[in-house]
Ligand binder design. Structure first.
Ligand code: ADP
Length: 174
């Protein structure tokens, strides 16, 4: 597989990558959306480990094992809840991607799959969030060319958005 950025449509819990990212909430004790799906697929060992982490601040990230998931690791990050765009949402979302990628670097993770952090229940506008995600991945990959970043889209609409943004920012498709 050529390292870089890949965009796929699918379920992140089924990805055979070294790490998947969870769009968690500050409690790290599970929730709806992708968080609920990851906890269901990983099994109760994940919740047990999360309980020992004492939560996570918005814009930060913490790592656990993947338990019953195909992925070895889960990197839990807490995206900002969209308010009006003037409450630091962009910087907090960029920080989520950076912190996750820093953990990937520390753990020597070569393949990492991201969902669209904050673009579900937290209502961050999809295209604006996607530009932040792709920009942060590009910046990281310039220094870590052997890493593969996979953006896992849960809808055709999100897949189309990622492809367009990747083309705009990287000048190529996936
Ligand atoms: P947030 O609270 O950060 O907005 P959500 O879980 O509500 O988190 O949504 C984040 C994104 O993850 C949304 O784009 C949603 O469609 C997507 N999503 C939900 N379930 C899955 C899944 N199983 N795999 C990949 N993406 C998912």
């Amino acid at each position: 597989m050529i390292p870089g950025i890949e965009v796929i449509e699918g379920d992140i819990t089924q990805q055979s990558v070294e790490a998947i990212v969870n769009a968690a909430n500050t409690s790290l004790l599970g929730g709806g959306g992708v968080d609920g799906a990851i906890h269901r697929a990983a099994g109760s060992g994940l919740l047990d480990e999360c309980r020992r982490l004492n939560g996570c601040k918005t814009g930060e990230a913490k790592i656990t094992k993947g338990y019953n998931l195909p992925a070895k690791w889960v990197i839990h990050t807490v995206g900002p809840v969209w308010q009006d765009g003037n409450q630091g949402e962009d910087d907090l979302l960029a920080s989520c991607y950076r912190r996750c990628l820093e953990l990937a670097e520390q753990y020597e993770i070569r393949t990492i799959a991201f969902p669209g952090i904050s673009t579900g229940i937290y209502r961050f506008p999809l295209q604006r969030a996607t530009k932040i995600a792709v920009t942060e991945a590009k910046t990281f990959l310039e220094r870590h060319p052997l890493v593969q970043v996979i953006f896992v889209c849960f809808s055709r609409q999100s897949y189309d958005c990622y492809l367009a943004v990747v083309k705009e920012i990287l000048g190529e498709e996936g």
